[in-house]
Write a protein that binds this ligand. Structure first.
Ligand SMILES: Cc1cc2nc3c(=O)[nH]c(=O)nc-3n(C[C@H](O)[C@H](O)[C@H](O)COP(=O)(O)OP(=O)(O)OC[C@H]3O[C@@H](n4cnc5c(N)ncnc54)[C@H](O)[C@@H]3O)c2cc1C
Length: 338
């Protein structure tokens, strides 16, 4: 059975760890990056080397073939994934695992904002924020609040949220704890404020503002992959994470709605990867059960030793949680070091 994996981020790499056989990976880079460390990277608390692992030695050890490139089109009828539509350069597969990640939700001018969805963008963001005084962060989900905390030490930060409270996907108690924590760090918070356009100024429903830099953290959707059905937030998959007969989609690229919508987190990408590895290995396709969902989220947010663990409406804070998160993150990257 020939398996092709598109993308070697959190989901793709975790799939490769749990699956052995004839595998080809297609990705623009052989590096695995830990996005959870990007907020700390922006603040200079961790170095580039600490947020990445080169997967080539891991691939070599497991006999995995690596092709540098980007998936442009999937034609499942011919069981082929195309890397270049002009030359029709393609790779054939028996099963395809699509793990190409997400991209920012669109708003006019969003390409002018800094983003953190891949390391090259995070690197540019770090350089530009170091020179900035007034920085706006659009979106107060998990990554927005962590970035606000981390850069508040050297910039004036304004956090802008469309909903009436920050961390709207979590319970009120978490919003409250994090709002107080950020306010103590001097972060200005604007809620019920919709960003309409990013140009030289930031046009919002609360007025027009001027900032040196704008960081876009307002949610992501799965990358579009022509040839596959796209829903509200990504490639539509069924209860066994299949997009078509021979294509699975996992992690941020997928819209996983099985009774409840799975969160676009590393935890979910890893769980989905393990599920698909098992399904392809055994040939038995079961039903996937998301763990962290929009109705019952699980998250650990790090604000140094004031870290917060959220599970549904339960909230825990303290230094041991920070240590736990660092342990989990470092252990994940270590799995791929050779
Ligand atoms: C700032 C930030 C902080 C976060 N913090 C946390 C956290 O604390 N906890 C948590 O659980 N989650 C966190 N997340 C979310 C988490 O990082 C993602 O949900 C997770 O990485 C998704 O994994 P993925 O494999 O779907 O995508 P990614 O890890 O983004 O990997 C995508 C891969 O696809 C490759 N690729 C892209 N386009 C193509 C293409 N066309 N063809 C082939 N390959 C392609 C990329 O190079 C990459 O290798 C955070 C995200 C951000 C941005």
């Amino acid at each position: 059975m020939k398996v092709v994996v598109a993308g070697c981020g959190t989901g793709g790499a975790e799939f490769l760890r749990h699956y052995s056989g004839d595998v080809t990976v297609i990705s623009p880079s052989s590096y695995l990056y830990c996005q959870a460390l990007f907020p700390a990277y922006l603040a200079g608390k961790v170095s580039e080397d600490e947020v990445k692992v080169d997967l080539l030695p891991f691939f070599e050890e497991k006999g995995i073939k690596f092709r540098r490139g980007k998936v442009e089109f999937v034609k499942d009828k011919c069981k082929t994934v195309f890397l270049n539509l002009k030359t029709l350069k393609g790779v054939s597969y028996d099963k395809l695992v699509l793990a190409v990640g997400g991209e920012p939700i669109h708003v006019e001018g969003v390409e002018k904002a800094l983003t953190l969805n891949d390391f090259e963008s995070a690197k540019i963001a770090k350089k530009r924020i170091e020179r900035a005084r007034e920085v706006a962060i659009v979106g107060s989900g998990m990554s927005g609040v962590e970035v606000a905390y981390e850069i508040s030490g050297f910039c004036n930060v304004t956090l802008i949220e469309y909903e009436r409270r920050i961390l709207p996907g979590m319970c009120e108690k978490v919003s409250d704890v994090v709002r107080k924590l950020l306010s103590r760090e001097g972060v200005k918070i604007l809620t019920s404020c919709k960003v309409e356009r990013i140009s030289d100024t930031l046009k919002t429903s609360c007025g027009e503002f001027s900032f040196d830099e704008v960081i876009w953290c307002a949610g992501i959707k799965g990358k579009r992959v022509p040839g596959l059905k796209y829903g509200k937030s990504g490639i539509v998959v069924d209860s066994s994470l299949k997009a078509t007969q021979n294509v699975f989609a996992i992690g941020d690229v997928a819209e996983v709605n099985i009774g409840d919508v799975a969160t676009k987190t590393a935890l979910e990408a890893e769980r989905q990867a393990k599920f698909v590895a098992k399904a392809i290995k055994s040939g038995k396709i079961g039903k996937y059960k998301p763990f962290s969902t929009l109705r019952n989220p699980f998250a650990i947010m790090t604000f140094d030793d004031k870290a917060i663990l959220v599970r549904g409406d339960k909230v825990l804070t303290g230094k041991p949680i920070y240590k736990l998160k660092m342990l989990v993150v470092r252990k994940f990257l270590k799995n791929f070091e050779r």
